[in-house]
Design a protein around this ligand. Sequence first.
Ligand SMILES: [Zn+2]
Length: 390
Amino acid sequence: MARLLYYESPRTTEWQTEVVNVLNKDGKYHVVLAETNFYPEGGGQPADRGTIAGIPVEHVYEEGGEVYHVLAFAPAEKTVACKLDWARRFDLMQQHSGQHLLSAVMYNNHGWETGSLHMSEEGLSVDVLTPDVTPEALKEIEDAANEVVTRDLEIKTHIVTPEEAKKYPNRKIPPTAGTIRIVEISSHDFSPCCGTHVARTGEIGIIKITGTQKMKDSMRLFFKCGGRALRDYQAKQEIITKLSQLFKADQGKLLSRIEAHEAEARAHWKELTELKDKLLKIEAGNLARSASTPVIRVAYEDKSFNDLMSLSKYLLQAGDFIMILASVPEKRLLFARSKKFDVDCGKLMKEHLAAFNGKGGGKPEFANAGFSSVEDLQRFEAFLADKITY
Ligand SMILES: [Zn+2]
């Protein structure tokens, strides 16, 4: 069994040790070291990264009491220099310790237990065993946890037997066998845990809840601690600064400015839609008056398919027509007719579209299709015009 530096001296970033064993599994080398500070995946905490003899550590896991380091190559020498990715480990220590603290506050102040923990390089969340958390309670929990951070309390570890573990006021039930590690936040919280933690609450830095999600019987709480919280703050500040410039308002007035802008945009949109509709009605009237045959065939460079829908509606109000209307920018075709004609628009489309690389269909009086190229659209338009009899 290796000496576990991540429990004895978790801040060790570089060390020399011996390779005890190397297993070759599925083309990878699973290396056992005499001493390791590479934390194996466990207790919700991801495995560490770093290098052994300059070879990147791809994964670390524990099996049968041994810690295995997965490498792409076997180290050439028995004595190896190890280097821990300290920035990554410290980040995980901050997140993990912050989670203990947040869970402790929720348990101590509300009696809410923490279910599962999800910790990765990107995200951090816990499932809180309560049906609902109000925004007020969230703020209170966040404030209380950050208050404990500022008190810079000691985070200690007790290595005990299952019998001794029972004497501690544990927030979670400890295992009933083996050696048990109880992580204590200076008389605030006792929690059995095998992960790595910072030495004092001050090292956690700010704890910020960033969101909640309702689960079946619990609430998922997303949060960020220390460096992650700072980076998130920096990213959000950048967004606020850009929005402030865009809307010419400082942070305090930004929301009301955006809301006013939204209302204005909606009113403009409504006005525009009404005007467009009036224009389409006029255009339909003009088309109907100037039509020399019942077939109206127009390809528009500046109209959407929705515009064509309105146009066809007004054309049908103005007279009896067979319409082949194309929206060139959307490469879509509308094929519709008045009741008095017999052409089956849907059937005609279905039967011939494939030859023009088009997709679509519809009913006898109304059909539509989309094309992958303008050329196919135009060819099909011409084909339909040729095919129609009335
Ligand atoms: Zn822990």
